[in-house]
Each structure stands twice: as C-alpha cells, then as structure tokens.
Design a protein around this ligand. Structure first.
Ligand code: AMP
Ligand code: MG
Length: 427
C-alpha cells in the first residue's frame, strides 16, 4: 500500500490574477484570424498543407459497380431458398480493367476478379474459397452468402458533386490518395504561414561560436524550429538578439515586415520584463500574462504593429528550455494551425495509469515529462522521467509524453489515471 500523502493547499505564490491555462488558451484562440492568401499546388507537394477550398468530387468513385473479391459473379435472386445453390459456369473470366463484360443469363455465373466491372444484371459475388467448382458448375453451400454481397456499388466511396474534403483539412497520405482517386492533379491551398523565430538573452551563444564564460548555447531556437518544421510552417530564423532595446526593435521591425507570426523565447520573465514590456506596448496590444501553470508562467501574446502598417502575432515564450517547449505546445501550436487556416484539432490525449504518486497543488496546471508504455494486463501506464526542473531538457528528451495535470486537480495516487500527450502525436 502506498503511504497516503497529505493534500497540498493552493500555492502561496498563486495570486488571484494568475490566468488558468484554459482561459489563456481561449483568449488566444478567440482573437486569431487565419491568413487568406491562396496558391495552387500539385498533389506531390501538398503533404501537410492546408486546403483553402473544399474538394468536390467530379466523378463517382468507384465509377461502376465492381467486384470486391476474386470469385464468381451471379444474380443474388438465384441463391436457393434452402439447400445448395448450383449455377452454370460460363467459360470466360472478367478481369479488372476489361472494357466489356459478357451477358450472363439467369442461373449462370461468371469467373470475376477483384475490381472488375460487374456484368449487367449481376449483383453478388461468391468468393472463390467459399464455393466448389466442378464439371456441373459452381456449387454454393447453404448459408454462406446473402444476395448483394461482395459487390462495391458505383459511387460508394464518393458520389459525383459531393464534397470529398472540407476547406481547412490538413492533407495527409489518405487525403492525398483520395484527391488522386478523383483524377485531380492540383489543389487550392492556403499559402504557408510564415513564422519569424528568434531567441533573446545576452548569455546565449549560437552553435559554432565559442562558449564564453557564463554563457550557454541557445537551444530553444533549435527545439522550436523543429516543432515549427513538424507543423509545416515556413520558418524565418532571425538568430540571437541581445537584451538591448535597439537590437530588439530592429529585429521586430524585420520580423513583422516578413512574417505573420513572431515567436520568441526569453526576456518575458520578471527580471527582464520592464523594457520589453514598454517596447512591446508601444507596438500594439500585447498582453503580458502570468499563467497558472508549471513550467512556464510568463507568456506574452498579441498583435504587433510594424513598419508600413503591417501586423504580426507575437507569441513570447519563457526562456527556460522546457518551459519554452511546453508553452509552445500549450498555447502556440494550436494557434499557429488556426492562423494557417487549418481546422484545429485538440492534441490527441491518452489516459494512462500513473506508476507512482505525483504531488500537485490544485489551482495551477502542471506539465511533467513521462514515459508512457503498455501496462501489464492492458491499457497504458506512465512514469515520470527524473528531475522535472523547467530548465532540464534531458527530462524532456528522455520522455515520450507530457503528463498534463489539470488546474483543479490535486495530488495523484499511484494507480490513478492521468492525461498524457504523446510527443509523437504532436504535429
Ligand atoms: P529568461 O526567460 O530570459 O529570463 O530566461 C530564463 C532562463 O532560460 C535563463 O536561465 C536563460 O539563460 C535560459 N534561456 C533563455 N533563453 C534560452 C535559450 N534560447 N536557450 C537556452 N536557454 C535559454
Ligand atoms: Mg533572458
């Protein structure tokens, strides 16, 4: 038996003005307007892109009734009400792709291949393994088949004039195959969303630079760039920006001029916020939020004004590497999909039994790193990966999922179910 844990009270740090995660997410999503520019793109280059208009089927798919099996085609009405059915076999075979098919009189059957057009008047196929064929013809034992079976009707997949895919669909392998089955070579897409990305902090060095005393390598730009690449947006890498108002202003000008979204990390926590706040406040309606979550409390979001009347959406993430990625997944990822014109889908969540107890205060959301694996006896279980500090990226790299402990939830006992987001599902 696990030792019972005393429940934790609300965090003494949690002031009343901390925004719950769900409320912050709602506020972000409520403000966004998708980009509208379109372009026409060949199917082979459309993977992961967003459909700008519905795809309407110009044809019936399949274009004709056809056989779902290798076997013998015949009239369902010829099946005997009781006892064995015997049909006279024609000499020929109907192959897939054959332009014509034989006339088959009542009481007869014809050998047919999968995908071949059903001869006129026939509606049923007996699979070859479910019948017996001899000099007398085709024999079907009672009860193996019902009239109409193993026939794929014309238009079963898609009827002519019906929408095959809705605008906002993100095109994956199945969707691309579906469009190809309609004979369509190019699709109308939203242009790719452009996201400018930079890191802030005097202590940061970029890869290839020597690591001066007291400095660290910039890792956020690489983890965030990877997350953006998975999302299928166009990334404008603006590198490192020192903690200096003139440098930040110049970089913001360029980012707003060239991108729809500005994604930054660092510089929004209490220590740095003062000049960043003034500088951003002069450019639009950026909100600085303290979100009731761990890791990743500080977060800034809003429209930024730039040169020439241009606007871009700012997502300013905290600098701690785990906090940066977690806030990206919690706030930015779905918002970027919406801006890209995609029909937003919530992250695919799974429920897994926690192997160990997890201490948690109600009144804030917590995101811990964990390894999800099949549990003995079915279902899934999750265990946390080592030290969970907001700066400890190793715990994230060793994990395959985020354990999401909701705002109102208290401590978790060993064996309780928790919600997890699988990293492999984080598109
Ligand atoms: P900040 O949010 O700027 O106060 O940064 C919080 C912590 O995250 C500090 O320890 C920073 O050195 C670290 N940090 C900020 N930006 C990055 C980055 N791009 N890569 C790695 N660590 C960072
Ligand atoms: Mg900083």
């Amino acid at each position: 038996m696990p030792v019972p844990m005393p429940e934790l009270g609300p965090s003494p740090l949690a002031a009343g003005h901390e925004l719950p995660v769900d409320e912050a997410r709602r506020r972000v999503l409520a403000t966004l307007r998708p980009i509208t520019d379109q372009q026409t793109v060949p199917l082979t280059q459309a993977l992961g892109r967003v459909l700008a208009e519905p795809v309407v089927s110009p044809i019936d798919v399949p274009a004709h009734d056809n056989s779902a099996m290798d076997g013998y085609a015949f009239r369902g009405a010829d099946l005997a009400a009781s006892g064995e059915t015997r049909l006279t076999a024609l000499a020929e075979t109907v192959f897939a792709g054959a332009p014509t098919s034989p006339a088959v009189p009542p009481g007869h059957a014809v050998r047919i291949m999968t995908g071949a057009v059903m001869p006129e008047g026939l509606d049923t196929v007996v699979p070859i393994e479910l019948c017996r064929v001899d000099a007398d013809g085709v024999h079907i034992a009672p009860g193996v088949l019902r009239p109409g079976e193993n026939r794929r009707p014309q238009g079963e997949d898609l009827a002519q004039g019906k929408p095959a895919l809705a605008a906002g669909t993100v095109l994956g392998p199945a969707e691309l195959g579906l469009v190809a089955s309609l004979g369509i070579e190019t699709v109308p897409l939203r242009r790719r969303l452009r996201v400018a990305l930079f890191s802030t902090g005097n202590e940061l060095r970029t890869l290839g630079q020597p690591l001066d005393p007291g400095c660290i390598y910039d890792s956020n730009r690489y983890s965030l760039m990877a997350a953006l690449q998975r999302l299928g947006v166009e990334v404008l890498d603006l590198g490192l920006v020192p903690d200096d108002p003139a440098a930040l202003n110049a970089t913001l000008d360029r980012a707003i001029a060239e991108a729809d979204v500005v994604l930054t990390s660092g510089g929004v926590s209490m220590g740095d916020a003062d000049y960043t706040r003034d500088l951003l406040a002069a450019r639009g309606q950026v909100d600085f939020w303290k979100v009731a979550m761990r890791p990743g409390r500080p977060f800034a979001f809003g429209p930024l004004d730039g040169p020439g009347g241009r606007r871009a959406w700012l997502f300013a993430l905290p600098g701690n590497p785990v906090a940066a990625l977690v806030t990206y997944y919690v706030f930015a990822r779905e918002a970027l999909l919406v801006l890209a014109g995609a029909t937003a889908r919530a992250l695919p969540a799974l429920r897994a039994r926690s192997v160990a107890a997890i201490r948690k205060r109600p009144g804030r959301s917590e995101f811990q790193r964990g390894i999800v694996e099949p549990a003995e006896g079915g279902g899934w279980q999750v265990r946390l990966t080592g030290a969970q500090g907001a700066g400890i990226l190793r715990s994230m790299a060793e994990a395959n999922a985020l354990v999401c402990l909701r705002h109102d939830q208290g401590s978790v006992a060993a064996g309780d179910e928790v919600e997890v987001w699988l990293f492999d599902g984080l598109r």
